[in-house]
Design a protein around this ligand. Structure first.
Ligand code: GLN
Length: 314
């Protein structure tokens, strides 16, 4: 059978399993099995060997059980990095790439500021930027940020052992050395380290895509998410906001102070960037303000949904 005939058959099969993007997925499955790209697929329409047909069948059996295609293929692309994923770790979402972009913009703005001040002032050494990604999961955000700022010290924490294993592996696969992944909930892993070295564990940027789905909405998610992805990466408690409460109530302690000492070279104080769920902007802004944060801005994603909240410790 030729590749294009196979794609037709697979599309029908996936559709019968209730899968929405059946045609696109069929193309991905076939090109992945044949190790060719789409151009070659449509130009050559190769015949599928028995071995490749078997490989495709294995993928289809798994996909019929609504296992996410990303888990079956084993990788996703995130901000140009190849991120390994599988059972036990949240699949990076395209909208989270926006969070990385916003952090990079903010850090770049502030680092330029640091450099200018440094030139005009005496004895100022700009410190290496400290950035932490809470609920790091596969490590995608921490890694993309660390890759962009090779001189920064980036940390990622996650309560899940599986997540930390994937994150470390993704650091190795992408050759990124300026990241440390620590196992534990939110700021917990820092508490032990802080005793020994308090200063170095203040952060210029805290970033996170925490679980934010309401517990009662969990059963309504599509089976790929609800049956396969880790619940503890998605469920944000009764109103979906539990993690924002904890993060904002603790974040002040871990952010670089708003009136930075001279040696910090003019950095305007720590900033926090969080991904939020649809319709959560007002409530999360409220939580930020109650905890002494200001300069709050809300950034929309490409679908026009309020997706990121940025705030500064006042
Ligand atoms: N954006 C994810 C989803 O819609 C949720 C991720 C999260 O809770 N942080 O499935």
């Amino acid at each position: 059978m030729t590749a294009l005939d196979k794609i037709k058959k697979i599309t029908e099969f996936l559709r019968s399993c209730g899968i929405e993007d059946a045609h696109k997925e069929s193309e991905i499955i076939v090109t992945h099995a044949l190790k060719i790209d789409r151009t070659v697929l449509y130009r050559d329409n190769p015949v599928i060997s028995k071995k490749n047909a078997k490989g495709i069948d294995v993928v289809l059996q798994r996909r019929a059980k609504r296992e996410p295609l990303q888990y079956i293929l084993g990788y996703v692309e995130f901000c140009g990095l190849k991120i390994k994923v599988g059972k036990g770790v949240l699949i990076p979402r395209p909208e989270t790439e926006l969070l990385e972009e916003e952090v990079i913009k903010a850090v770049t703005r502030n680092t330029l500021h640091v450099t200018e001040k440094t030139q005009n002032s005496l004895h100022i050494t700009p410190h290496a930027l400290h950035i932490i990604d809470l609920c790091t999961g596969s490590g995608c955000l921490a890694l993309a940020i660390a890759k962009h700022f090779p001189d920064a010290d980036v940390y990622g924490t996650d309560i899940s052992k599986d997540a930390i294993r994937y994150a470390n592996e993704n650091a190795r696969l992408n050759n990124i050395a300026n990241v440390s992944f620590l196992k534990g909930s939110l700021f917990e892993p820092l508490k032990q380290i802080m005793f020994s070295d308090v200063q170095s564990f203040k952060f210029d940027v805290i970033v996170s895509n925490p679980p934010y789905i309401r517990s009662t909405d969990m059963p309504n998610l599509q089976p790929e998410i609800n049956k396969w992805e880790p619940r503890n990466a998605l469920d944000g408690g009764e109103d979906g906001l539990n993690y924002y409460r904890t993060i904002f109530s603790e974040a002040q302690k871990y952010l670089t102070p708003p009136c930075p000492p001279l040696r910090r070279g003019g950095w305007g104080g720590g900033v926090i960037f969080l991904e939020i769920g649809e319709g959560q902007a007002a409530e999360v802004s409220g939580i930020a303000m109650q905890n002494g944060f200001g300069n709050i801005s809300v950034i929309k994603d490409y679908a026009g949904i309020e997706r990121i909240i940025a705030a500064r410790a006042l």
